[in-house]
Design a protein around this ligand. Structure first.
Ligand code: HEC
Length: 165
């Protein structure tokens, strides 16, 4: 390993690319860093389940996602209609799940999202980045440890952290 690495560095310093060096770059995982615009238009994405109210059947939610409030409807979207788990059981980099909380008057108190960011980001939680957005889609919070790690801690119970697909 070390020998082939220094071989590559030597080659690169001579400004010659060989297939051996390309292989070492190929192994660098791709990273997707979401911006607010990547969440816009979610209304046209695929819904993973029918909109829900009250506690989820798995009983995981409890007070999270305003599940206790039967006046709040939760709608869940995915940005790729064909999003499926890869061979390793994980969704691919760039997959976005987004959950909208809607009050009875139509207002949206909160949007949450999880983005498969990948690369070297948050490897202990399969590369997911957690988001809290306001009703207009502005990013209020993001990161690996949003809400003191509560998002990840609860979602860990689901296969690759996703409950509804
Ligand atoms: C106590 C458990 C719990 C906590 C904490 C929690 N969630 Fe969830 N979340 C769920 C459950 C259960 C669902 C399944 C959908 C439903 O019934 O609303 C879900 C669904 C989602 C979805 C849709 C994708 C999926 O898993 O089906 C997103 C996105 C999401 N949550 C983001 C977040 C973010 C971001 C946070 C932290 C700010 C968070 N969640 C905190 C339990 C939790």
């Amino acid at each position: 390993m070390i020998r082939s690495l220094s071989y590559c560095v030597g080659i690169v310093s001579m400004v010659i690319l060989t297939s051996g060096c390309e292989r070492s770059t190929d192994s660098t995982p791709h990273e997707f860093v979401a911006e607010a615009k990547d969440f816009s238009g979610y209304q046209n994405w695929t819904q993973t389940v029918a909109p829900r109210r009250g506690p989820d059947p798995s009983g995981f939610i409890g007070d999270a996602h305003s599940a206790k409030d039967t006046m709040i409807t939760r709608s869940i979207f995915v940005n790729r209609s064909n999003a499926t788990r890869q061979g390793n059981g994980e969704f691919s980099v760039g997959t976005i799940f987004l959950k909208v909380l809607r009050a009875q008057d139509g207002s949206i108190p909160m949007i949450t999202a999880m983005v498969k960011r990948g690369g070297s980001f948050n490897p202990s939680d399969n590369g997911w980045e957690w988001f809290v957005l306001d009703g207009q889609g502005s990013i209020m919070m993001r990161g690996a440890g949003v809400m003191d790690g509560m998002c990840a801690a609860c979602h860990k119970a689901a296969n690759d952290y996703v409950f509804t697909r």
